[in-house]
Design a protein around this ligand. Structure first.
Ligand code: PLP
Length: 343
């Protein structure tokens, strides 16, 4: 059975969090003299809402997730780092992940001095739950999954994922940065079934807001309370909170962007197929396509010379000679295909 208290670092369990002025008094008042703010330069003079309640209300409206099950951070990257700081004792505990996957899980493991164990995906970029579970021991606190996965693009098998959620007695993080481009349902609908589940999403991809830096974690109230205890008091600034509310209120426009990107993704898959240099186009549930070419370094360099930048994944495990191509505007995609025809 999953026991949250046994999964938390003892110092974090005992931690008494910093209490900021805005924690002590909540609500509306006419005179604020409690936080040593400057009374001039409204609205930038005021500290932001430490729990970002208005943004969370907007997320609840769009995603149907309760406010108490939402953590917001300075990008998903903040949530990834917090998972280590909350659950993993440096030099003692370990985590297990798939490979290849998003690089920040291993970077944050290294920063926090936590052992990172990885299991290679198979030829279809899928994993076996048993293989992942076999890599765990009594010091494994977290299993990292990413679906749709970066850089491969595919959604992970849901039967194997559910097996991990049921059989692993630690935290299971499922990073869904690309979920809005996928035909698969979000695991955030299953929070009640799995007390060990943390789902990560972000405004950086489908919501077209990478510049404002806002990531989301969805989990049980108990896990969210831990995130809130450990995070910096004012981790999301007022400009980001304001713009997040704006974009979350524009769902119909965002849906149109997503639809255009998915149409373009289909077109690009067809166009790429006809190119001589293309050896394989991997299936994708994301806003990018992983493509195996005859010589990735050469293709990458000739595109750079034309001012076109794709991601060269040649040195990534299982991605020999692969380029990761983000879907752009129809014009940008056409420019890329035109150049690829010449190389
Ligand atoms: C792009 C991406 C993110 C987004 O990170 P932010 O810090 O929210 O911008 C998270 N996870 C994966 C797998 C990604 O590819």
């Amino acid at each position: 059975m999953f026991d949250l208290i046994k999964t938390i670092r003892p110092n974090i369990w005992k931690l008494k969090p910093y209490s900021c002025a805005r924690d002590e008094f909540k609500g509306e008042a006419s005179v604020y003299l409690d936080a040593n703010e400057n009374p001039y330069n409204t609205p930038f003079n005021r500290y932001p809402d430490p729990l970002q309640l208005k943004v969370k209300e907007a997320i609840k409206k769009v995603k149907g997730i309760n406010v108490k099950n939402i953590f917001l951070g300075n990008g998903s990257d903040e949530a990834i780092d917090l998972v280590y700081r909350i659950f993993c004792e440096p030099k003692e505990d370990n985590v297990v992940a798939i490979a290849p996957t998003y690089g920040m899980y291993s970077v944050c493991a290294n920063i926090n001095n936590v052992e990172y164990r990885s299991v290679n995906l198979n030829d279809e970029f899928q994993f076996s739950a048993d293989e992942l579970l076999a890599k765990t021991d009594d010091k494994t606190r977290v299993i990292w999954l990413c679906s749709p996965n970066n850089p491969t693009g595919n959604a992970l098998n849901s039967v194997e994922t559910e097996k991990i959620l049921k059989q692993f007695n630690g935290i299971v993080v499922i990073d869904e940065a690309y979920i809005d481009f996928s035909s698969q349902p979000s695991w955030s609908k299953r929070l009640k079934d799995f007390p060990n589940l943390i789902v990560l999403q972000t405004l950086s991809k489908a919501w077209a807001s990478a510049g404002i830096r806002m990531g989301m974690a969805f989990a049980s109230e108990a896990i969210i309370a831990l995130f809130n205890k450990v995070k910096y008091p004012y981790n999301v600034n007022i400009l980001t909170q304001k713009q997040a509310i704006n974009i979350l209120g524009d769902k119909s426009e965002v849906s149109l962007w997503i639809k255009t990107i998915l149409d373009e993704r289909g077109k690009m898959q067809k166009e790429l197929q006809d190119l001589k240099i293309v050896e394989k186009i991997y299936p994708t549930d994301a806003n990018f396509i992983l493509v195996k070419v005859t010589d990735a370094n050469k293709t990458y360099e000739s595109l750079v010379k034309k001012g076109i930048i794709v991601r060269n994944r040649n040195t990534v495990i299982l991605c020999d000679n692969c380029l990761r191509i983000t879907i752009g505007t129809p014009e940008e995609n056409e420019t890329l295909i035109k150049e690829l025809k010449k190389v």
